[in-house]
Design a protein around this ligand. Structure first.
Ligand code: FES
Ligand code: FE2
Length: 353
């Protein structure tokens, strides 16, 4: 990926699962081309529903395989018709004549481990094998929903380096300035907050609590809601809201596309049937809300072009600080081949918003 990073904090994590795309965007027998972490990838879903990810470059002459065809089993390159299965193995070279004994099975397109979890595709970026299922480094799960996939998904491009998108989304102090919608909260309602935080595997968590009474959106859930917000590397935020017998979960992920582009996916899962009827109303709100975060990041880029020194203040930016610490610790523990030591300690953070 070019250009190279100028800031030593600008690096991307490896040997970790990244959110790739919502499962509903990949039908059986179809393929989707998508660049992630600077790498062109081809995602496909076979006729049996299983998914795969290949490097979107034909090993013959380099044309993206996504220009070719997929029959639900094999990808056919549009240039000379070489065929590849979902594991990247070449199965046919149409130009070969009898006696031209080329071992086609030895020709490979590089594949990436790809899994569908809770209705979304995740892709493994690393030189090592992914961890076994259920391991702490496995794909993060959406707890307690019992649905095959999200009921609402919004995808949005954030034209910035991944860290700015992650920090912008977790930032507890921007709400009253950036999200000025009537359905959220007003600036007049700013008050001091104190929230308990603690470590979770590869991240941190705002412990379960009753949300601020100035968050109108929570009223949608009904009952007396309580919420718990978990962040974990590489850029996954899971907000779990429980109210009575019902649950609503927001899964927000940030995946780097390049050094200057990130993709945010916001998935909403819920158990209350009546909320599904409100989906047409809900979708524009989600889009507007995410769009507000995106717009401020777009404006921020104008200043960041000049490479200014930035500040992280207490306690409003403590989560951002943890994010940088977690990233650095991830890399160090990998390099030193030792267990990850979470830098986050149990504490209470206070800020006004
Ligand atoms: S470039 Fe793909 S088959 Fe020749
Ligand atoms: Fe925001």
């Amino acid at each position: 990926m070019t250009p190279p990073p100028t800031d030593e904090r600008d690096f991307l994590l490896r040997n970790i699962w990244y959110f790739a795309l919502p499962g509903i965007r990949l039908k059986r027998g179809a393929m989707v081309a998508k660049t992630l972490l600077g790498e062109p990838l081809l995602f496909g879903r076979r006729d049996d529903g299983s998914v795969f990810a290949l490097r979107d470059i034909c090993p013959h002459r380099g044309i993206p395989l996504s220009y070719g065809a997929f029959d639900g089993r094999e990808v056919e390159c549009r240039y000379h018709g070489w065929r590849f299965d979902g594991d990247g193995r070449c199965t046919a070279i149409p130009s070969l004549c009898e006696g031209q004994d080329l071992d086609v099975g030895r020709i490979r397109v590089k594949g990436r481990p790809c899994r569908e979890v809770d209705g979304n595709l995740w892709v493994w970026f690393g030189d090592r094998e992914p961890p076994p299922e259920g391991d702490e480094r496995d794909v993060p799960r959406v707890p307690g929903i019992g649905a095959p996939g999200p009921r609402l998904v919004e995808t949005m491009a954030f034209p910035c380096f991944v860290d700015h998108a992650v920090i912008g989304l977790m930032d507890p102090a921007h709400g009253p300035w950036v999200h000025k919608s009537w359905f959220w909260r007003s600036r007049r309602s700013i008050h001091e907050k104190a929230k308990a935080f603690g470590p979770v595997p590869y991240g941190f968590q705002m412990r379960r609590h009753s949300p601020s009474t100035n968050s109108r959106a929570y009223k949608l859930v009904g009952g007396r809601p309580s919420t718990e917000i978990t962040f974990r590397l590489p850029g996954v935020r899971i907000e779990h809201i429980a109210a009575g017998d019902h649950t609503l979960v927001n899964l927000t992920t940030v995946t780097p596309v390049s050094w200057t582009m990130s993709e945010v996916n916001h998935c909403v899962y819920w158990t209350m049937p009546w909320l599904s009827a409100l989906k047409p109303v809900l979708r524009p709100y989600v889009r507007r809300f995410l769009g507000q975060d995106r717009d401020v990041v777009v404006q921020q880029q104008e200043g960041l072009k000049h490479d200014p020194a930035l500040m992280l203040i207490r306690d409003a930016d403590t989560q951002a600080r943890w994010y940088h610490q977690l990233k650095r610790e991830w890399v160090r523990s990998e390099e030193e081949e030792r267990p990850f030591r979470n830098p986050v300690k149990e504490c209470v953070l206070r800020w006004r918003s």
